[in-house]
Write a protein that binds this ligand. Structure first.
Ligand code: MN
Length: 244
């Protein structure tokens, strides 16, 4: 059986993590190594200024008091004692679309897998006020994960899956869309009379784009975007050559 390392950024007690792990157990040996607490919007961060604790919660389920990228590293070195065949991160409560992938701890976990030489998959489900139904997202991920295990991915590549609520109409391969970026910072006063600030989720106004991830999910499809760690703006190379 292939070995699958599962992590997330909502924490080791998130239902989405265990729905994902349960679905993947039909196609591989699953090892869950996930943050002890909430690590959303922590991106690809590594914890380097303090020690980390790895705790075994039960057979095949471990927590790390760190980030998703920490979990992948500790999982590879101290749980699996080697690279897995696949790293899967999620199921996140809420989309990771467009520019938001740069903040996403869910994507950060899968990205760390890709950097270490293992195919990575990040999966996120549309946020709802109702209890989340992870079933369709877990099933879609299991199917795509089986394909990746069978056929592989180009090196240093991860897949970013976003799944709309309900039963998806199908799957669309997409590109990372763009958001008209508005970060809101609320200001208020603490009980001791000192101001505090709280960064709120920006407005979800996405720029139109052919093949964009947010268009696919809005139309009811699972969006699958191949991502890579190379952030080079290749189209800007010639311009910057002239600039410097
Ligand atoms: Mn999250």
């Amino acid at each position: 059986m292939p070995r699958i390392l599962v992590t997330n950024d909502d924490g080791v007690y998130s239902e989405g993590l265990h729905a994902l792990a349960d679905a993947l157990r039909s196609i591989g040996d699953v090892f869950v190594v996930a943050p002890l607490g909430e690590a959303s919007a922590i991106g690809h961060a590594l914890t380097i200024a303090r020690p980390l604790r790895l705790e075994r919660l039960r057979e095949g389920v471990y927590s790390v008091d760190g980030t998703p990228a920490d979990c992948v590293n500790l999982g590879v070195v101290h749980v699996l004692m080697g690279l897995p065949d696949l790293v899967v991160s999620g199921i996140n409560k809420g989309y990771n679309l467009g520019d938001d992938v740069t903040y996403s701890g869910t994507v950060g976990g899968a990205l760390e897998g890709a950097l270490l030489g293992t195919p990575g998959i990040a999966v996120s489900l549309e946020r709802t006020s109702d209890p989340f139904d992870f079933g369709p997202a877990a099933a879609a991920t299991e199917r795509i994960a089986a394909q990746v295990l069978r056929h592989g991915l180009p090196s240093r590549t991860l897949l970013n899956l976003n799944v709309p609520r309900g039963v998806p109409k199908g799957v669309k391969v997409t590109v990372q869309g763009m958001r008209n970026h508005v970060t809101q910072v609320a200001a208020s006063m603490d009980p001791r009379g000192r101001p505090y600030y709280w960064i709120e989720e920006g407005e979800d106004t996405y720029a139109d784009g052919e093949r964009a991830d947010h268009v696919a999910v809005r139309e009811g499809y699972v969006s699958v975007t191949p991502l890579q760690p190379d952030l080079t703006a290749h189209a800007a190379l010639a311009i910057v050559e002239k600039l410097v």
